[in-house]
Write a protein that binds this ligand. Structure first.
Ligand SMILES: [Zn+2]
Length: 120
């Protein structure tokens, strides 16, 4: 079953594990000269945080493991001049030609993925 909470949209691209990951988080420590007084539990991560799949030990960034990647993640995955296999550039050109979208190609792919995931 797909994750709905913390790990919504996170899946290992190598083995499809969705259960358990190690993610590098940013935490804040109150530090004085004597040492650390308080480590806040406010942990946070974003698309650039490091992640490791606990099933197959594959490593990458949270963005790379996301089933709903941002346009920036898609661009770095496929290259600026690349193409997403499920969202051909010809379809995007057609929509641009009809003035149905004014988004760039990767922005259009990202919002198409988001739309299609919402319909599932
Ligand atoms: Zn894996």
């Amino acid at each position: 079953m797909a994750n709905e909470n913390c790990l919504a949209g996170i899946r290992c691209p190598h083995c499809d594990n969705e259960k358990e990951f190690e993610i590098t988080v940013e935490a804040y420590a109150r530090v004085v000269d004597d040492g650390v007084h308080d480590l806040t539990s406010e942990n946070d991560w974003d698309d650039d945080s490091r992640i490791m799949c606990m099933a197959c030990r594959a490593r990458g960034t949270v963005g790379e493991f996301s089933t709903m990647p941002s346009a920036d993640v898609l661009r770095s995955r496929h290259g600026v001049w690349g193409e997403h296999p499920d969202y051909p550039a010809d379809d995007w050109r057609y929509e641009v030609g009809n003035d149905d979208t004014r988004q760039g190609y990767w922005e259009w792919v990202a919002s198409s993925i988001e739309r299609d995931m919402a319909q599932e």
